[in-house]
Design a protein. Structure first.
Length: 361
């Protein structure tokens, strides 16, 4: 095997130039796509969040006051926007200038960061798709639960006692009124509280705070909490209806907590919580739709980013290896130079002279 031939040297140089152009092009496209993705995500996110907050403010102003709407600033060309754009262009710039100037350090940064970005974006894309699938499966159940626990019908009853009894629910406690309108046992116990005008120390009630040697006077509440004991009282504890209690010589017990024995006489509705939950029940379908739309936009923008980042990693690493092998110095293909011969015109010989021969310079 001898030295590389002229044709081999020419082919290697041509492949190097093609690969360098590929890296330059993918760096330009990647940089443009990063900026477009950032701008699109900023504008879509702003409009979706702003419209969602306005809807929540309209339905539940106590949770989202008018001042909160001013905290969401519209995207614009400011210092933060410029810095974000420069950050998104930093890695593509390394690839562009690294390929143009045959700089191995910049090219190493380009392909390394692109490789990390491809892995991170792939994980984010997979997570987003999984969340969309989970949200699609959870959406009907969540909407049904919100509708089931909507406290609005309770607030339309006549007296405060009826409202409180309705909000306290049934199926897990003994209701005081047989009005036919009560929240289900799966609803959270967050809509009533002890009224400020009550002088009785409710802390002494076993239904409010479990006590050794005492039991809550409502057998339905005791039975409901006992049914949650095998689950560690977790579900009932999350609904603020029962609490796990350590009993000496016995396993963990699940006891009623929080609500007095006769809430219709001692409690009042928590208007803020009622208003907020009712708003959530009405806005849930729209808000979930907005979340799904934002996630789909992000997935649409991330998919080409994954492809381009993988190409940038592969082509950048290949170009780096060729530079490391010395191809960065390959210029135009070299050929052996030949000296051109200029033939002098033939002059007519003088009479009597020998015929002159043409000379070559």
């Amino acid at each position: 095997a001898g030295a590389p031939t002229v044709s081999q040297e020419s082919a290697d140089g041509s492949d190097f130039q093609i690969l360098r152009r590929r890296v330059i092009y993918v760096a330009l496209v990647l940089g443009g796509l990063r900026v477009i993705s950032h701008v699109a995500a900023s504008y879509v996110g702003y409009h979706e969040v702003q419209e969602s907050l306005e809807e929540i403010h309209r339905m539940a102003p106590a949770f989202v006051p008018r001042k909160a709407l001013l905290l969401v600033q519209p995207p614009g060309i400011n210092m933060q926007f410029v810095l974000n754009v420069l950050m998104h262009l930093a890695v593509p710039a390394c690839g562009y200038f690294g390929a143009r100037q045959s700089n191995k350090q910049l090219l190493c940064c380009f392909c390394g960061c692109s490789g990390c970005a491809s892995v991170m974006i792939t994980l984010a894309l997979g997570t987003s798709l999984a969340l969309q699938g989970g949200l699609g499966m959870l959406e009907p159940t969540l909407e049904d639960w919100l509708q089931l626990c909507d406290p609005s019908p309770c607030m339309s009853l006549e007296t405060n006692a009826q409202k409180v009894d309705c909000l306290a629910g049934e199926g897990w406690r003994t209701p005081a009124y047989d009005s036919g309108v009560h929240l289900a046992s799966d609803c959270p116990q967050v809509f009533v509280r002890v009224a400020d005008t009550v002088d009785v120390a409710v802390e002494d009630e076993a239904c409010v705070y479990p006590k050794m040697g005492e039991q809550c006077g409502d057998p339905l509440r005791r039975a409901y909490c006992a049914s949650m004991q095998d689950q560690g009282c977790g579900a009932a504890n999350a609904l603020a209806k029962c609490v796990p209690v350590e009993v000496e010589g016995k396993p963990l017990a699940c006891e009623p907590v929080g609500l007095p024995l006769k809430p219709e006489e001692m409690c009042q509705p928590i208007e803020k919580n009622v208003q907020g939950f009712a708003a959530a029940a009405k806005l849930a379908p729209e808000l979930i739709g907005r979340i799904e739309w934002m996630m789909k936009v992000n997935c649409f923008l991330m998919l080409p980013m994954v492809v381009l980042s993988c190409l940038a990693t592969y082509w950048g690493a290949t170009l780096y290896s060729k530079m490391d092998a010395g191809y960065a110095t390959v210029g135009e293909p070299s050929f052996a130079r030949t000296q051109m011969s200029h033939v002098q015109p033939v002059q007519a010989p003088a009479h009597g002279d020998a015929a002159a021969k043409p000379t070559i310079e």
